[in-house]
Ligand binder design. Structure first.
Ligand SMILES: *Cc1c(COP(=O)(O)O)cnc(C)c1O
Length: 388
């Protein structure tokens, strides 16, 4: 019996689609460009361990995470490749990151000193990449001051503390206007030209999914895709006849747990924000914001029932959502309602849900909570999933 025989709601994870999306990125950036799979936030909600098990046979260069704990989890899942912790390491987690042989991304010289201290204690030493801030403003060393910090970083690096990479991050790769990305690329190129090491010694990387689709690797050695692998369109606001297509890798489903005919004047949900106009047929779904359905979908969301679109009515509760089934007479308790994905000829894309909720697909995926079992499609064969 699989999870979705008994669960009230679940996430379907399509591992073959994940692998095909990876291969699409590979084709798009072309041969010789390395791929760093961004697997932070539990593999964007799909499950980091199963994501790496599915992608390991495709031989990515390595993985990117945000935290030491996420990096350790990938080591525990058996990853031997480089794992970049893309966020600055809090000082208290440096020792654990070093023990797991993670690669620190350095945004400040004080961090490099701490990483050097850890490298001196670790047989085999440690690697680090330097992040260059070219306009994102969150972390990274200032591109304008490369001639100051460059020699200091070079001075620290050696056999035990190996400087193996340098990168930047685009802030507007998903917008129609590409001038922001071009400016950032120019600054990055400028900084690279001032580094006191030859470019060949370093893995140079910049592009997230949106940038990889639009600009390829941007003359770098590697790309860092996330959302595209997990089935999200990274550039939903850009017309893209020619762009490679992403294949959905996630569906979100729940069950109808109650169906009622309600008389005119009946209200629904906290705040009673919706009132039945005439006799209406409502279905209560066993899913809510405690599962990751954004509360902003209140009176704006849609679901698919028996292949037809039905509107969400009233506020989303923590555990429940009500949809208006009026006109659909054959739906009953136990039926599956689709919040993301396909049902018959109809489909609600991740991007449609995100747009209705006023957010981006990244936030929807990473917001799916552990309460939802992950039902894995494409299990078995090489790179299959080891279970929950
Ligand atoms: C999350 C992240 C990415 C991936 O971004 P997507 O838009 O999901 O492709 C790339 N680089 C860094 C530094 C990130 O934090």
């Amino acid at each position: 019996m699989s999870n979705h025989d008994v669960a009230r709601a679940w996430v379907e994870v399509d591992l073959p689609a994940l692998r095909r999306n990876y291969q699409t990125i590979e084709r798009t950036v072309g041969p010789g460009v390395a791929i760093i799979v961004m697997a932070k936030a539990d593999g964007y909600g799909l499950g980091a361990a199963r994501v790496v098990r599915a992608l390991e046979p495709l031989a990515p260069w390595g993985y990117g995470v945000a935290t030491t704990e996420e990096g350790i989890a990938l080591r525990q899942a058996g990853v031997r490749r480089p794992i970049l912790v893309c966020e600055p390491l809090p000082p208290a987690s440096v020792a654990a990151a070093a023990d797991a042989g993670l690669t620190a991304c350095i945004s400040h010289l004080s961090q490099l000193e701490r990483w050097a201290g850890a490298a001196a204690q670790r047989p085999g030493g440690l690697d680090f990449h330097i992040e260059i801030d070219t306009g994102m403003g969150r972390c990274g060393l200032d591109w304008r001051k490369t001639s100051e910090w460059g020699p200091v970083v070079r001075g620290h690096s050696g056999k035990e503390l190996r400087w193996t990479g340098v990168f930047t991050h685009f802030h507007s790769a998903d917008t129609v206007d590409d001038s922001g990305s071009l400016t950032q690329w120019a600054r990055f190129g400028d900084a690279l030209g001032q580094l006191p090491v030859s470019r060949e010694e370093l893995l140079v990387h910049a592009a997230n999914s949106a940038a990889a689709l639009r600009f390829g690797a941007s003359r770098a050695d590697a790309v860092r895709p996330g959302i595209f692998l997990y089935g999200g369109d990274p550039i939903p606001d850009i017309a893209q006849e020619a762009a490679p297509r992403v294949e959905p890798a996630v569906a979100l489903r729940s069950r109808i747990i109650l169906v009622r005919e309600v008389p005119p004047g009946t209200t629904v949900g906290y705040g009673a924000t919706y009132t039945a106009q005439g006799w209406e047929r409502w279905a209560t779904l066993g899913i809510g914001y405690g599962d990751g359905v954004p509360r902003s979908l209140s009176n704006r969301g849609v679901a698919l029932v028996r292949g037809r679109r039905v509107p969400m009515v009233g506020r989303i509760s923590m555990d429940l959502v009500v949809v208006n089934l009026t006109g659909i007479t054959d739906a009953e308790v136990g039926d599956i309602a689709t919040l993301i994905g396909r049902d018959g000829a109809e489909e609600i894309t991740l991007e449609e849900m995100a747009a209705r909720a006023g957010t981006i697909n990244h936030e929807i995926l990473t917001g799916l909570t552990p309460r939802l079992p992950r039902v894995v499609l494409g299990v078995g064969g090489s790179g299959g999933d080891g279970g929950q």
